[in-house]
Ligand binder design. Sequence first.
Ligand SMILES: Nc1ncnc2c1ncn2[C@@H]1O[C@H](COP(=O)(O)OP(=O)(O)OP(=O)(O)O)[C@@H](O)[C@H]1O
Length: 244
Amino acid sequence: MTSTLATTDLRKAFGGVTALDGATVEFQHGKVNALIGPNGSGKTTFFNCVTGMIKPDSGTVTYDGRDITGKAPHTIARHGMGRTFQLCRTFPRMTALENVLAAVPVGGLLAGLRGAKRRSEIDRAISWLTRLGIEHLAGSEARDMSWGQQKLLELAGVLMSEPETVLLDEPAGGVNPALLDRIGLLVRELNAEGRTFVIVEHNMDLVMSISDHIVVFDRGRPIASGPPSVIRTDEKVLGAYLGV
Ligand SMILES: Nc1ncnc2c1ncn2[C@@H]1O[C@H](COP(=O)(O)OP(=O)(O)OP(=O)(O)O)[C@@H](O)[C@H]1O
């Protein structure tokens, strides 16, 4: 199995708190991967290190075999990795359509060409909003949308830059059950079309139903990895969650 995103001995401390303690991890290309673990086990810090939001103290991050350790977020995004955030990042006073368009730079030297490009990008943005089931909100400001709708909107923005690998930080957090089902289906559909996913998530029903491969963190490092059937009964995993 080819790995997409991999780390070797990744370390990060905040003052006296060790968030990542030598994390060596491999996620699988073309699969739905999940990263789970108890609160404070280092999952978000891991996402922040691999997407360039923060620099690890030591260790390496590779994407498709290329060393991307410590590179800037926009450089890493250009390599094909897009991510959402636990606390959902949208522009509250911009409409849904403007939010999705803000995800792609408007290029081109000639005004006419720029206009044409803009038109095709508007069409693409609308098709992502449609795919995520929120096209009826295209003209609504993000601040007037529900939390779940804003999460879908953030994801539409990420998909607008056509990432090969999508990192989702707690897609189910605060989302109602109907929307949860839609997010699960969407991840599987987008995966069937060739996108790789790495998902940090606490909702075990969602994780177990959509993942091909799961990595479990405890205290800043992986303690188990494998398919849901293996992870479900792993004693180290049960111990980490029960605090024994
Ligand atoms: N900016 C920071 N400054 C200080 N400590 C931090 C910072 N970010 C994370 N930590 C600490 O690092 C540890 C790992 O936190 P992290 O948020 O990565 O865990 P997590 O597994 O994502 O947790 P959760 O599931 O609750 O989101 C925790 O002890 C946390 O308090």
